[in-house]
Design a protein around this ligand. Structure first.
Ligand SMILES: [Zn+2]
Length: 205
């Protein structure tokens, strides 16, 4: 029976390059790996681009209300589905992936972020963590050299904590940070909840 895989990592963990090479490995052997990306904005459009310079056209740009089962019907024999930016899948679309692996016997390989800029799970990632047969962490590196698990949002060069989970058309950037740097640079300076806990500990010392 086919499996549902979720390969997650922070920004710059090499997810897009893995999407491109995974699809290439199948398609260069005459197989049919369909590349799917949830549509959240027009940035980047239907191209998957990696920071090291490779890019690939996606086969399906998936709208929020679209059904994956309907979308893949037109593609004949499918070897596997490769999904980029899987954090943006809806919960319902993840349920469809579970059905696709178990009843259509098509493997599904998802790549995406686990947490947003505040450290909360994305909807798609939360559902994938619950349902994936296999979870695998891709490693990104913090500026301090440790393993980065968080994505800090930067606007005009400053770390920020408040705002929408998904920004469309704004000029933001993200840094992959380890737990300690995320605490020191983002949560303790900007989150009242974390500040209170931190001050309590400081006061007791
Ligand atoms: Zn760090």
């Amino acid at each position: 029976m086919a499996k549902l895989y979720f390969n997650y990592g922070a920004m710059s963990a090499g997810k897009s390059i893995e999407v491109i090479t995974t699809a290439y490995k199948y398609n260069s052997k005459g197989m049919n790996a369909l590349v799917i990306k949830p549509l959240i904005d027009t940035k980047g459009g239907d191209l998957i681009t990696s920071r090291i310079g490779m890019s690939k056209q996606v086969d399906i740009l998936l709208k929020k209300d679209a059904s994956l089962i309907d979308e893949i019907k037109n593609y004949g024999d499918i070897t596997c589905l490769v999904i980029d930016e899987a954090q943006f899948l809806t919960e319902k679309q993840v349920y469809e992936l579970v059905i696709i692996t178990k009843y259509l016997d098509i493997p599904v390989i998802c790549y995406g972020l686990k947490v947003d800029f505040q450290g909360h799970l994305f909807q798609g990632s939360e559902a994938l963590i619950r349902y994936a047969d296999s979870l695998n962490e891709l490693v990104a590196i913090c500026a301090c050299g440790k393993k980065a698990r968080f994505n800090a949002r930067k606007v005009n060069g400053q770390y920020i904590y408040d705002g929408e989970q998904i920004l469309i058309g704004e000029d933001e950037a993200y840094d992959p940070l380890c737990e300690t740097c995320f605490l020191n640079k983002v949560l303790i300076p900007h989150s009242q909840e974390f500040q209170k806990i931190y001050n309590k500990i400081k006061g007791e010392r």
